[in-house]
Design a protein. Structure first.
Length: 131
């Protein structure tokens, strides 16, 4: 209703709820090769998953590391690996090139390579984000 007022927190909560409803039956987090994983099945909303703390918990379990390197070269592409896996990070760069160089790949976002997300071991919270 147009006259109803909602707080920014309520709006964000509703947005997350709508997003989860859109993908709840199709999302998957899996390893696509030795050390590199991918978030998939999000109906083109894979890039949005970077905002969801529960997704990061699942990724941490997949790579068994508190330092995660990830890339989002397109709306439907969310790649990740453990930060200590240098060879896998190099393969990730090739995968990013494959996605961004493909003229028919939809929703390209950035050629920016990778970002590292570091977690605090004690409570799983985000410590910092470094390029």
């Amino acid at each position: 209703v147009a006259g109803d007022k909602i707080t920014p927190d309520q709006l964000v909560s509703k947005a997350y709820s709508n997003l989860f409803h859109q993908i709840e039956n199709s999302i998957s987090i899996s390893m696509i090769d030795e050390g590199m994983g991918m978030v998939a099945g999000c109906d083109g909303f894979e890039a949005c998953m970077v905002l969801i703390n529960e997704i990061w918990a699942l990724i941490r379990n997949q790579v068994m590391s508190d330092e995660i390197v990830f890339a989002i070269p397109a709306q439907n592409s969310f790649l990740f690996t453990a930060a200590h896996r240098k060879e896998t990070i190099e393969r990730m760069h090739h995968k990013i090139d494959e996605i961004t160089d493909n003229p028919s790949h939809p929703g390209k976002l950035s050629r920016r390579r990778v970002v590292t997300r570091v977690f605090d071991r004690s409570d799983g919270s985000l410590k910092n984000l470094k390029p």
